[in-house]
Write a protein that binds this ligand. Structure first.
Ligand SMILES: [Zn+2]
Length: 113
């Protein structure tokens, strides 16, 4: 399961950060997940719950921040929100293939104690 290994690496990173900060516990993990990252938030939550039954992240809270797909239009020099199927600029109708956001999968904030 893709999400399980992603979540395991995210938690490893979170625990490493906690150790570096001299903390013993991870309390809250916030992830930025792009709309087009291909990751299913529910599966991440499921994996998180399974991976935090013991260890330094036991009982930690997971927050998922959904990042919408945002394209850049070179014609009008502006950004616009769009879904994968129709990356068309609403101002000039040109199709853009320059995705600015939507593929993120990263640790955004972390609370340790
Ligand atoms: Zn445009």
């Amino acid at each position: 399961m893709h999400e399980a290994s992603l979540m395991a690496s995210a938690l490893e990173l979170a625990c490493a950060h906690a150790r570096e900060a001299g903390a013993s516990r991870v309390q809250r993990v916030r992830l930025r997940v792009g709309e087009l990252s291909g990751v299913v938030p529910e599966a991440l939550e499921f994996a998180f719950a399974a991976l935090t039954t013991s260890g330094p992240a036991q009982g930690a809270v997971l927050e998922i921040e959904a990042v919408p797909a945002v394209y850049w239009c070179a014609d009008c020099q502006g950004e616009f929100d769009a879904h994968a199927a129709t990356p068309e600029c609403p101002r000039c109708g040109v199709w853009s293939h320059r995705l600015k956001h939507g593929l993120e999968l990263e640790l955004s904030t972390l609370e340790v104690a």
